[in-house]
Design a protein around this ligand. Sequence first.
Ligand code: SF4
Length: 288
Amino acid sequence: MKLLNDYLREKFGCKVYKLALNGGFTCPNRDGTLDMRGCIFCSAGGSGEFAESPNLSITEQIEEGKKRVEKKIKDGKYIAYFQAYTNTYGPVEKLRKLFKEAINHPDIVVLSIGTRPDCLPEDVLNLLGELNQIKPVWVELGLQTIHKKSADYIRRGYELPVYDRAVKELRKRNIEVITHVIIGLPGETTKDMEDTVRYVCSSGATGIKLQLLHILRNTDLATEYESGKISVLSEDEYIEILKRLTDIIPDNVIIHRLTGDGDKKILIAPMWSANKRHVINRINKEIK
Ligand code: SF4
């Protein structure tokens, strides 16, 4: 099992922190192109609650983010993480300007871009390939599951071959691909989740993020939960599933996350996940 921190330390020789940035994007699953409602679990902030304000320039956001972690990090390096919404959903010239500003910052060692696999047209892929010559570019893809029933339930809005094509095109340009998988989607068995993780690990992805399903306020998933239609995993169930999943992940696929990262202010369930330190301690003891 290879975890992100170890990978970064090996690669850069120091602690590397992620700065969550906001390029002021929207998402085709929210602006009406595919849907108006967004993915069933997605909060109003487009899964970017920890990102800086889009009213600031990228350089200002980086400086703000650095100030936040300054006490914890001395002479460290940073990953510019475009997190909120779909960060390749825009004209290529807008993307070029934003991403170049981030990648050219002297303290940034990696440009990481969260997006959907159906938002990677040729010109954007080529731009990412070009930027990857300056500094490493990572692309984070929200796959969540390989199972059609679950993908329809969460309103993901694209089919599995779209993911396959995106990974292939990104890897062709030597870009690292980190695939997001949700643990605990309603109706999925442990075997379903294992199948998803196995698929991701053989898809060409270089990294994986395992994210516990969170029920966040003002989402359609919250309505489902509050009406008793769905339930969430208990802490013990989550740890057991994680053990099974981490056993499957080979060392050449870096594990970028093993815990959820929901904003406590809007978290409805599972509330045990809000005690991050406790969950991390259990993971350290029972899994790592
Ligand atoms: S693709 Fe991402 S930003 Fe868009 S609705 Fe789904 S989770 Fe939210």
